[in-house]
Design a protein around this ligand. Structure first.
Ligand SMILES: O=c1ccn([C@@H]2O[C@H](COP(=O)(O)OP(=O)(O)O[C@H]3O[C@H](CO)[C@@H](O)[C@H](O)[C@H]3O)[C@@H](O)[C@H]2O)c(=O)[nH]1
Ligand SMILES: [Mn+2]
Length: 726
């Protein structure tokens, strides 16, 4: 009987190995941490002999201990999921639910329309019945250039989709396919391959030219009524709602070159008026939910960022294996795929790979009751995204969806859709609160996912062998820090609000999951302790204030043990997750840099917001960079180049440690056994900062550190040395 039910299951869940090693490590680490804290608490020096600094160390170590405990929640028993698509096919044939796919873009300059449409084409070409797919692009830039690109894509799709399906190619983003397919085309005729490639390149060139000049040729504007929506008065922040159905999948005469139906394709720019707040991506998503409800209203919604193309044409079927599973499917609200990137350099210079999050933490959250919703690469059930509470007897109507248009013509539908995308539509409603994505948080995704979990639903994390989605990671230091500022600020905002997982989730989600949410909720809170740890012990070195036990004392053992185990286990996790050795090292550096800059700014801005001193913002990260910058990124050379305050903090810390190390070395009569641990810590920080010294002193390119930054940090350095350590 048991095997019979197992045979029917559409997915399997497996425990991840290596738990014995992990638990041994965790237990000894816990003991080590307790000893360290005990030592700190019982050896406080007398006033004037560094008592304040010592108590500070105690506070910081106490904080790290708490944070360490929190991060263990997701490491206890991570799981993996595997799907059985053959069983899905066998059981449902082509009787599968419809899927609405939402793509969001916000600015034609930092998110080039040619990149956006490659993503669009990739999701149109899923290995799934086309009549069941509707693709929606939300353009928060309200740009005719993006609309033009989408119109071009609607024509190219007629060639591209048959081509993808005939030769079963991967990936189905034309940009990605043609840039990587050296050997791909031996299956298909070279002529056909070159023909499609040429068509694609010509189209991209037309789009890029239009974007560069900022204008669409008049003769093109005559080809679609949609262009009439734009006039000279329209700006990205002030325009009427625009909805244009570019491909109407419900009409018999829109077919591809092989005569097959095409997926519907819809352009939407919701209304924007200066006097109404637009709530960034969450606002766009909510408008999409409503607009799609009168055009296709499919029960499943996939949402991706405009740079996240589909790299695996089976992802819809994989996701359905969870939703349609007879035993567990009824309580699964969303299926989240990892956020992977296609532009990472080999050694992950800005630590953007998210490997450990993807490989260790997300599977751990999954085991705790649900991985987070991370805004892209996620399949939702429409009904649940719209606020439905969990109940045992609720049965999803997988046949839901508008199949026929009936009497209405396309114009009437567009008018109806427009009325749902106006600024005033949400006034006095629950949208942005109980319905749809939540407003007011820079990580609208995480808070929305939390609310869904707290309404009683589960979610699953699916990481197939072949990545389901690939996107563009920030490729400069400034962009990386900007992104992490938004993330840390957003999650900290949640932590300090009534949505704090411990309060809001109490009694609704497992303690383990409550802790899991806090790993990110408290990212920002790590900033001050880290700043303290990278500065005060080093300063103590030159000022003769010992802050660690003597190396000859037995008390040195727990310190060394905790320190080394932390590094070694971290290294083991990172290597296991796919980082290179050098990548891990770079990752460590970026952890430090992010904590003393992004997270610091994130915390400050969160507090300012709480006090009503500033408003929420959402700065889009650029998906393109200029020639020289791009080259340095390829060569993994750190990009500074700006005189931002973040840069000043980074250089100040780097210089401070260098001076302290040299200063410490020159104090010959220093009692070495007393200061050795402090010395090692300072030395490690200096080694970690080598690229910073290079950028400050040796490099002459545009990405090096401007001398104004160096000067400013020398100023701060002197201030730092003036402060006495008491
Ligand atoms: O007013 C806005 C601002 C942004 N976006 C879109 O939101 C997406 C994410 O923006 P991006 O600048 O790429 O941010 P990331 O940090 O890369 O995004 C991650 O983090 C965000 C939350 O901070 C989530 O919304 C994203 O899904 C997730 O990929 C992009 O498609 C944008 O076009 C809008 O549609 N409207
Ligand atoms: Mn992005």
């Amino acid at each position: 009987m048991a095997t019979e039910t197992n045979r029917r299951r559409l997915f399997a869940t497996e425990k991840m190995g290596g738990r014995a090693v992990y638990r041994f490590q965790a237990a000894t680490m816990a003991a080590g941490i307790l000893l360290v804290l005990y030592y700190r608490a019982t050896r406080v020096p007398a006033a004037g002999e560094g008592r304040a600094a010592w108590v500070g160390m105690l506070a910081v170590e106490l904080w790290y201990a708490v944070y360490w405990v929190i991060t263990q929640s997701v490491r206890w028993c991570p799981i993996r999921r595997r799907t059985f698509k053959d069983r899905l096919a066998e059981r449902y044939k082509e009787q599968l639910p419809g899927v609405d796919i939402f793509v969001c873009t916000a600015d034609p300059h930092s998110e080039p329309p040619s990149l956006v449409i490659s993503t669009i084409l990739s999701v149109m070409a899923y290995n799934y019945p086309s009549e069941k797919i509707s693709v929606y692009l939300s353009d928060d830039g309200g740009s005719i250039l993006t609309f033009y690109a989408l119109w071009e894509a609607s024509i190219f799709a007629k060639k591209w989709l048959p081509f993808c399906k005939r030769y079963n190619i991967e990936p189905r983003s034309p940009a990605a396919y043609f840039s990587e397919s050296g050997g791909h085309h031996n299956l298909l005729s070279r002529k056909e391959w070159s023909f499609i490639k040429e068509l694609y390149e010509e189209m991209t060139e037309r789009i890029d030219t239009a974007v560069m000049s900022g204008k669409i040729p008049e003769e093109i504007k005559l080809k679609h009524k949609g262009f009439d929506e734009w006039n000279s008065e329209i700006t990205s922040k002030n325009h009427q709602p625009i909805v244009q159905i570019l491909i109407d999948g419900k009409s018999q005469n829109t077919v591809d070159d092989d005569g097959n139906v095409l997926p519907s394709l819809v352009y939407m720019a919701r209304e924007k008026r200066p006097q109404y707040h637009h709530n960034f991506k969450a606002g766009a998503m909510n408008a999409l939910i409503r607009v799609s409800s009168v055009i296709s209203d499919n029960p499943v919604i996939l949402n991706v960022d405009c740079d996240m193309y589909s790299n695996n044409s089976d992802s819809i079927r994989d996701a359905l294996c969870f939703f349609l599973d007879e035993e567990m499917g009824h309580n699964i609200a969303f299926v989240q795929y990892p956020q992977n990137y296609n532009n990472l350099t080999q050694n992950n210079i800005y630590g953007n790979s998210l490997n450990v999050i993807n490989y260790v933490e997300m599977p751990g959250l999954d085991s705790a009751g649900g991985c987070l919703y991370i805004g892209t690469g996620c399949f939702h059930r429409r009904e649940i995204l719209c606020g439905r509470k969990f109940s045992k007897d609720y049965k999803e109507d997988w046949n839901r969806g508008i199949k026929e248009r009936g009497q209405k013509n396309i114009n009437e539908i567009e008018q109806m859709a427009k009325s749902l995308a106006t600024c005033s539509h949400e006034l006095g409603t629950q949208w942005g609160d109980e319905i749809g994505l939540k407003y007011g948080c820079p990580v609208e995704d995480v808070i929305t996912g939390l609310a869904i979990h707290c309404r009683g639903w589960k979610s699953v994390y699916m990481s197939p062998q072949r990545a389901a989605f690939l996107g563009v990671a920030p490729s400069t230091l400034a962009q990386t820090l900007l992104q992490h500022k938004r993330w840390s600020e957003g999650n900290f905002t949640i932590f300090l609000s009534k949505y704090c997982s411990f309060l809001f989730g109490h009694g609704k989600i497992s303690l383990q999951l409550q802790m899991g949410y806090c790993i990110y909720g408290l990212w920002a809170a790590n900033s001050l302790p880290t700043l303290y740890y990278v500065m005060i012990p080093s300063l103590g070195l030159v000022k003769g204030t010992p802050l660690f036990p003597e190396i000859t004392s037995t008390w040195a053992t727990p310190f060394i043990y905790v320190f080394c185990t932390r590094i070694i286990y971290g290294l083991y996790e990172a290597l296991l997750s796919g980082d290179t050795l050098k990548g891990c090292w770079n990752g460590q550096r970026m952890w430090m840099i992010r904590r003393i800059t992004s997270y610091l700014y994130g915390s400050i801005d969160t507090i300012r917001k709480l006090l009503g001193l500033s408003k929420m913002s959402f700065e889009v990260t650029a998906k393109v960079s200029d020639g020289d910058e791009a080259k340095r990124y390829e060569q993994e050379i750190f990009e500074f180049g700006s005189s931002s305050p973040e840069c000043v903090i980074i250089t100040t810390v780097a210089l401070l440690n260098f001076v302290c190390l040299v200063g410490g070395l020159s104090l010959w009569n220093m009692p070495w056994n007393v200061f050795l641990l402090q010395f090692i810590l300072c030395g490690m920080i200096v080694i970690m900062n080598i690229p910073i010294y290079e950028a400050m002193l040796l490099r002459k390119d545009k990405g090096s550190i401007p001398s104004s930054v160096t000067l400013a940090s020398v100023g701060f350095l002197m201030l730092a040395f003036l402060v006495p350590i008491v």
